[in-house]
Structure formats: C-alpha cells, structure tokens
Design a protein around this ligand. Structure first.
Ligand SMILES: *Cc1c(COP(=O)(O)O)cnc(C)c1O
Length: 386
C-alpha cells in the first residue's frame, strides 16, 4: 500500500495546475487505513454517512474529503455539513436544489463538483460499467438536468462551482478511454469564465490473475497529467486542480485472504476444496464472476497436480471462491492463501449465515498489527432487541 501511494503521489504532479490524489475509501475503509492515507497527505472520497463517520473517527482532515453518491439522504447531507465537509460531488439536479437550500440554512460555502456521464465506457465486465447513457450515475452534460444543475450552482450565493467529475469504469488496463475522457472534460471548460477543477475518477486496474496486465501506476498518472496539460493548451483553457481517485489499486494487491481447508469432496466432474469462509468475506466471484489466484501456503513447493474448485461454506451454490485452479493435494487444516483480496472484500463483507467477519492484519516487513479483530458470536446480536 505504501509503495502504491508513493507511486500515485510522485507521478501525479504538474507545473501548470495543482494535483490531488483522493483515496476512494469504499474499496477498504477502516480507521487504520484512513490514518495511513492521511499520513501521506492524500485526500479522501466518501459515499455515505457511515464512511463520513469512520473518517471523522480517524480524524481525517475534513477539508480534503469529497462526498460522493447518487442518493445522499437529507440526513447524510446535514451530517456532512455539520461536520465541516465542504466538497460535494453532486449526481443530479434534485441534489443541487437540496444542497442549495441547506447551504443557505447553515450559511456555509459549499464547493460543488458536477458528476458527468461522459458516455465513455472502460470496462472489463458488464456489471461494473458505470458510463452508459442510462447509467444511474452522473448527468449527460448537454441534458436539461445538468444544465439546470449548473445554473442553480452559479446563481446560488452559497454554492461554488468547483468543476467536473467523471468516473469511466473499473479494472482499466489501457490509456485510451482516459484520454478520450480528458478531451471531453476539457472541452466543456471552454464555456466557463472561471478557472475550474477536474476529477478523472478511479478505476486503475490491478493483477488478480496471470491474464491481467495492469498499467504501471507512476507512468500512467504521469501520462494523464501530461495529456491534460496538452489538451488544456490546445483548447486554450486553464484549470485550478486535477484530481484522481483510485480505490482498488491502492489496496487490492496488498491483501491476501487466509482460509483453512476443511472437507474435500469429489463429484462426478469436479473436486472441491471447501474453505472456512466464502461469499461473506469476498462476494466478488458470486457477484460478477471475479477471478483470483491462490496457493496452499502450507504446501508451497508441492506440485500442483489437482484441478479443483475452491468453494465457500455458505448456503448458496454460487458461493465459490475460485471456479477452477490447480493446487497440490490438500488435507483438512491446510492454509489456502487467496491473493489480491484487499479491495472490495472486507468492505463488502456480510454476516450471511451468521458467518463471522475475519480479522484484518497489517503486515510491514516482519512486523504485524491487528487492525480489525475477528468478530465473535456476541457481535451478531448487536442491535437486536431481545
Ligand atoms: C468506486 C469509485 C472509484 C474507485 O474505483 P476503483 O476501481 O476502486 O479505483 C472512484 N470514483 C468513483 C466515483 C467511484 O464510484
């Protein structure tokens, strides 16, 4: 995580405008993680009251927090404003109307980034596409919805138009979509007298399996800056600040999930290794057929002679960790390490089947630190009215 943060920070710099890397904290949000992010001076994306609450508990500087989401509730907006959050990435006209009323009521200057649907899709899987024209996220720039939203911001005494935001996909493995996005966003700026900011979103790909070929982070963000400088010059506009907001790439490859192998079962066409977790700690394979690499940590040097399916212990046929992989012959008690589970694993975990969420441990060289304790049965009844 530290190496990745440094690569983003060092690559994403310009002599022509300010730059800021925001961590999209939904990928893995805990107090310990936010403290690490904060220690490198990065900003933060949050998408809910709960994420704001965690950020406040981590004493994250509120002036670098950007509040995202397509349906922030009035209570969440109030909670954000009351706690000093000033940056809002707005999704639709109704949100801008409400924000305008609240900014007046609280007499606070609020900075508004308009989330645009730039109609560019950079995707590896249908379910994680966010940029088709009927997407639930953002507005088409030319739409009435968007033009009215901009007008409301510009005529409000308390709202300040900070700029435009777009997020064009996940697991992006090539530059071209980003470059097209930059051209689009920079093009919109020509209509404005004031110097605005741009946020290019996240989506930097990581390596889950051998077939994934992620772009090197530092070179990629350098190229995003260089291309933006060039596009600005061509169009004759300037910006205040350029932002990106990586989530997955910041934490994904740093995470390894350790399971214990339990029963082993042969069916007519498959051999199953069952593990003591599954969709409750990593729903991605069930949700969108995500793929992973793994090893038997207790038999690292043994030949991988068995073609197996690694399945979880939850009551769903779709509860599979890895559909097909080669591993050494295993026995109950072997430790199975699944790689690159740092993003959208813990943060999407659930207590389905009353499974307990596993512990999270930060490892640095040969030292380690428990940052989330393993759940215990009593945690399951928290909130129940007995
Ligand atoms: C989820 C999300 C991100 C982070 O995406 P990654 O693929 O994890 O880098 C960034 N911006 C927005 C608006 C998002 O919804």
């Amino acid at each position: 995580m530290k190496e990745t943060i440094k690569a983003f920070k060092e690559g994403f710099q310009s002599d022509h405008f300010k730059t800021k890397v925001l961590y999209a904290s939904k990928a893995f949000q805990t107090v310990a993680m936010l403290k690490l992010i904060q220690s490198y001076g990065l900003g933060l994306d949050v998408v809910s009251g709960g994420e704001i609450y965690t950020a406040l508990k981590a004493e994250f500087p509120v002036e670098t927090i950007y509040f995202h989401g397509n349906n922030k509730t009035p209570a969440e907006l109030r909670y954000a404003i009351e706690n000093g959050i000033i940056h809002f990435v707005v999704d639709n006209r109704m949100e801008v109307e409400l924000l305008s009323i609240l900014s007046q009521e609280y007499d606070k200057k609020l900075h508004v980034m308009i989330r645009l649907n730039v109609g560019i899709e950079a995707h590896t899987h249908e379910y994680i596409v966010t940029a088709h024209v009927d997407s639930k996220f953002g507005m088409l720039y030319e739409s009435e919805n968007c033009q009215q939203a901009i007008q409301i911001v510009q005529t409000s005494d308390h709202l300040v138009l900070e700029g435009f935001h777009a997020h064009i996909g996940s697991q992006i493995f090539e530059m071209t979509a980003w470059l097209a996005e930059i051209d689009k966003l920079v093009g919109y700026l020509k209509e404005f007298d004031e110097e605005l900011s741009l946020n290019l979103g996240g989506g930097f790909g990581i390596r889950y399996t051998e077939s994934d070929r992620p772009l090197p982070i530092e070179e990629t963000v350098k190229e995003l800056v260089r291309y933006t400088e060039e596009a600005l010059q061509k169009q004759g506009v300037t910006i205040q600040q350029l932002m990106i907001e990586p989530g997955r790439s910041m934490v994904g490859e740093a995470g390894t999930t350790l399971y214990t192998v339990g029963f082993i079962k042969q069916t007519p066409h498959k051999k199953y290794y069952f593990v003591d977790g599954g969709m409750t700690d990593n729903i991605r394979p069930a949700l969108y057929q995500a793929t992973y690499r793994c090893d038997l940590a207790t038999k690292l040097t043994a030949a991988k002679t068995e073609k197996v399916t690694v399945a979880g212990k939850m009551c769903e046929s779709g509860d599979v960790v890895i559909q097909e992989t080669f591993l050494p012959p295993a026995e109950p008690g072997d430790i199975l390490a699944v790689y690159a589970t740092g993003a959208y694993g813990y943060s999407m975990s659930s207590n389905y089947n009353r499974a307990l969420t596993p512990a999270v441990v930060f490892v640095n060289g040969d030292t380690s630190r428990l940052v989330v304790r393993r759940q215990e049965y009593a945690d399951l009844l928290r909130g129940e009215v007995l």
